[in-house]
Design a binder for this molecule. Structure first.
Ligand code: SAM
Length: 285
C-alpha cells in the first residue's frame, strides 16, 4: 500500500532489512489491530495489512484452498495464508524479496509453508502450469508510485500505457488459472501522473478483470491512517483544489456463480488465528 512518491522511492532501499520490524508489526497487528500501520507509516515501507489479508481469506477463500498472488511483494499474504490453513503461491520479480520472505516463513510457519516463485508474472502460466487457484489475492504496483527496482520487466518502471498492457496480460493469465465459481480480489489505489491527474488505475483494474471474463462483485474501501496528510495536503488544495487520499480500494470479482463460490467457502470463519503448528499440519493431512 504505497504512501507518497518521494518517500517511497527512498523506502525501497530499506524494505528487506525491516523484516524483523515486519514480524513485530504482523504479530502486533494480528493481536491488536491498531498501532502497526502507524509504525509502518513512520518507517515508510509499504507493508501489506495482515488483518485485511485475514478477512479476505476467511471471507473469499475456501478452507484449505489455494491462493494465487501474481505480485507477491512482502511475506504477509503468504504467511497469513499459511496460518489460516490455506495454500499460497506467490510470484515476484525480486529474488531478494522472495529470499527474505522464505527465510521469514521458515521461522514462522509450520509445515504448511507458502510457495514463492521468482519471475515475471506475464509468464505466470509457465511459472505455475499446474496451479488451479481457489482465490486470487494481490496488491499490484500502483503504476510508478513506488518503484521497486530498475528491472525493465518491473511494472513500476513502465510508462502508464506500457504498464497497463502488461497489467492486463497478468490479470488475464492469472484469471485463467482460477477455478470456476471462485472469487478474486485486488487491493489498489488511485495514483496521480506527473501533471497531478489520476491515471484511472481503479477503473482500469475493474475493466481488466471484466475483460478476463470475471464479474465485478464487491467494492470495499480500506481507510488508511491519516498520518501527516492534513499537513501535506494544505498547500496542494489551496493551489489546485487537489484532495488528499486516505483510502485504498478493495475490489472483489467472481468467476462464475457467487452462490456456488460461497457454498464452497462454507460458513463465515472467525475467531483467534490458530497458532502456526495447529492449522498448518491440517493442510497436509
Ligand atoms: C505493491 S508491490 C508489493 C508491495 C507490498 N510490499 C506488498 O507486500 O504488498 C508489488 C510487487 O510487484 C512486483 N512486480 C513488479 N513487476 C512485476 C512483474 N512483472 N512480475 C512479478 N512481480 C512484479 C514488485 O517487485 C513488487 O514487489
Amino acid at each position: 500500500m504505497p504512501l507518497d512518491r518521494a518517500k517511497n522511492k527512498k523506502a525501497n532501499a530499506t524494505s528487506y532489512s525491516s523484516q524483523d520490524s515486519l514480524n513485530a508489526i504482523m504479530k502486533q497487528k494480528i493481536k491488536s489491530n491498531t498501532s502497526s500501520s502507524d509504525k509502518a507509516m513512520q518507517s515508510g515501507t509499504s507493508i501489506f495489512d495482515p488483518v485485511l489479508c485475514e478477512l479476505a481469506y476467511r471471507w473469499f477463500c475456501p478452507p484449505g484452498g489455494l491462493v494465487l498472488d501474481p505480485f507477491a511483494g512482502g511475506s504477509v499474504r503468504g504467511i497469513v495464508a499459511a496460518k489460516l490453513g490455506r495454500k499460497y503461491v506467490g510470484i515476484d520479480l525480486s529474488a531478494r524479496q522472495i529470499e527474505a520472505n522464505m527465510e521469514q516463513a521458515a521461522r514462522i510457519c509450520g509445515n504448511n509453508k507458502p510457495l514463492w516463485h521468482i519471475g515475471d508474472s506475464r509468464e505466470i502460466d509457465a511459472l505455475c502450469p499446474d496451479v488451479q487457484a481457489d482465490f486470487i489475492f494481490s496488491c499490484p504496483p500502483y503504476a510508478d508510485l513506488e518503484v521497486y527496482s530498475d528491472n525493465p520487466q518491473d511494472l513500476s518502471t513502465m510508462p502508464y500505457p506500457v504498464f497497463l498492457k502488461a497489467y492486463q496480460e497478468i490479470i488475464k493469465k492469472s484469471c485463467a488459472l482460477l477455478k470456476e465459481n471462485r472469487f478474486a480480489c485486488f487491493v489498489v489505489g488511485e495514483v496521480r501522473d506527473n501533471k497531478g491527474n489520476y491515471y484511472g488505475l481503479v477503473p482500469d483494474t475493474i475493466r481488466a478483470f471484466m475483460d478476463a471474463g470475471l464479474r465485478f462483485y464487491n467494492e470495499a474501501i480500506l481507510v488508511t491512517a491519516v498520518g501527516s496528510l492534513p499537513i501535506r495536503v494544505g498547500r496542494q488544495f489551496e493551489a489546485g483544489r487537489k484532495l488528499g487520499k486516505t483510502h485504498q480500494n478493495v475490489l472483489v470479482f467472481v468467476k462464475g456463480d457467487p452462490k456456488k463460490a460461497t457454498q464452497d467457502i462454507g460458513p463465515v470463519e472467525f475467531g483467534e488465528m490458530l497458532t502456526p503448528l495447529d492449522r498448518s499440519d491440517e493442510v497436509n493431512a
